[in-house]
Ligand binder design. Structure first.
Ligand SMILES: NC(=O)c1ccc[n+]([C@@H]2O[C@H](COP(=O)([O-])OP(=O)(O)OC[C@H]3O[C@@H](n4cnc5c(N)ncnc54)[C@H](OP(=O)(O)O)[C@@H]3O)[C@@H](O)[C@H]2O)c1
Length: 406
């Protein structure tokens, strides 16, 4: 306790509206542009951001400069002033109501209206405040950080400030610009968890340590290597000395080869796709192309595992409710596996984004060793966020879509 007190001598403590103690850097209080009159008028703190008040299309995205600033409510939370945030396909899907039923359950508020929602799952920014249990050595206030927002959070990164648990933030790699740093973690942690947690490519150590990942010499087919998840998966796998084949549209083949893939084919050309048979069997097929488990049936070669990031779980629950939806999910995964195994292929599994510090650390190490280069498709001003959504909705991105804040 004494140590904590000493650590926070340059900071001031105050109690937020929940009565919990938080700390913040003193000079920020003096800079009225940063956090105006934080101590005395907490309830009046305003920020700019984009919210939705209904599920629907792009016209549901509403800008306001009178939004309530998020506040630290748990001792492990951090408040970040955002400099750049990206737009992911999940943001477009959530705008349309994807996953609403499950997310309400995850928020432990099934009967409460979830609106307004601020979308945005990843960001780069400056750490402004820490809850009392946050390690100030690992996360010093004033530091540039990168981070992700757990999917159940209704207050995301498409705003000037975001509040997230400490395991979702880390010091940003110095070699990356704000824009680049805001483009890695959501897709990167999805790729990392699919490879090391779901597929266990590096064994137990691959998932638990940030020091390598493992899985050397394995042969992996990445479906959708030109996308956000696929392009990072290829780079993670190549950094671990895996052999990597991939698919994408013809106009992205050179780009995907430059990421290190050993063989890249156009998924629209059946005769090129047939050449993938020459490299079989694969230890792992990683579906980053949004095709789902049905595509596994159409592959006429053997694989040890097929991990898809496009599971029907949330859609089933959205359409059939929690009970029936869960039953449908069990039936779907059993059916997919029975078909795959009876055709002498491997297990079919679902992969998910997981905000894990080990994954963030591995990605940081790869960035710092120049083994992982972020790709930026396009960059928009914060006021142009609906344009950024439109770009993501159009698909066939060549990297990430990022919005920057002043
Ligand atoms: N479960 C989770 O937690 C989670 C998290 C993140 C993402 N995801 C899902 O993972 C998938 C990939 O996400 P992302 O952000 O990487 O998306 P993305 O950037 O849009 O990439 C999509 C990739 O799929 C390829 N593709 C598009 N249509 C295709 C088709 N008909 N056949 C084969 N490949 C096709 C694209 O190739 P070209 O552009 O070259 O045509 C591109 O490489 C999405 O479905 C997303 O919803 C799931």
């Amino acid at each position: 306790m004494k140590l904590k007190f000493l650590l926070r001598t340059p900071l001031r403590n105050f109690h937020n509206s929940c009565g919990r103690s938080v700390s913040y850097i003193s000079n920020i209080d003096e800079n009225k542009n940063e956090i105006p009159s934080m101590q005395t008028h907490e309830h009046k703190l305003k920020m700019s951001g984009w919210q939705i008040h209904n599920y629907g299309d792009l016209d549901e995205l509403l800008f306001s400069d009178r939004l309530k600033m998020p506040q630290i409510r748990q001792s492990n939370e951090c408040l970040v002033k955002i400099q750049a945030a990206s737009v992911n396909p999940i943001d477009v899907a959530m705008l349309g109501g994807y996953g609403a039923t499950v997310l309400k359950v995850l928020r432990c508020q099934p009967s409460v209206i979830e609106f307004p929602i601020t979308l945005g799952r990843e960001f780069c920014g400056t750490l402004i405040q820490n809850g009392m249990s946050v390690n100030n050595f690992k996360l010093p206030i004033g530091q540039r950080v990168w981070g992700v927002v757990p999917v159940q959070n209704t207050q995301g990164a498409h705003a000037q400030y975001v509040c997230v648990p400490d395991y979702c933030v880390a010091m940003a790699p110095q070699t990356l610009s704000h824009t680049e740093a805001a483009s890695v973690l959501y897709a990167g942690l999805t790729a990392w968890s699919g490879i090391y947690i779901t597929a266990q490519l590096g064994g137990i150590c691959g998932a638990l340590t940030a020091d390598g990942g493992g899985g050397a010499q394995k042969r992996v087919l990445v479906l959708g290597g030109s996308g956000a998840v696929g392009s990072l998966a290829i780079q993670i796998l190549k950094a671990q000395a895996c052999q990597v084949m991939s698919t994408c549209s013809e106009n992205a083949i050179d780009m995907v080869k430059n990421l290190g893939a050993d063989c890249v084919v156009d998924y629209r050309n059946p005769s090129y796709m047939a050449t993938l048979r020459n490299y079989a069997p694969y230890d792992l097929v990683l579906d980053c192309s949004g095709q789902g488990s049905e595509t596994a049936q159409s592959l006429d070669f053997a694989y040890g595992q097929y991990v898809t990031f496009s599971s029907p779980i949330l859609r089933n629950i959205d359409s059939s409710g929690v009970g029936l939806g869960l039953l449908k999910n069990v039936a779907n995964i059993l059916e997919a596996n029975v078909k795959s195994l009876t055709n002498r292929k491997g297990l079919i599994k679902y992969g998910f984004f997981i905000p894990a510090p080990q994954g963030i650390e591995l990605l940081k190490q790869l960035v710092e060793r120049k083994k992982l280069l972020p790709l930026i498709d396009s960059c928009y001003k914060f006021q142009e966020l609906p344009e950024a959504f439109k770009r993501v909705k159009a698909g066939h991105l060549r990297g990430k879509v990022v919005v920057t804040l002043d």
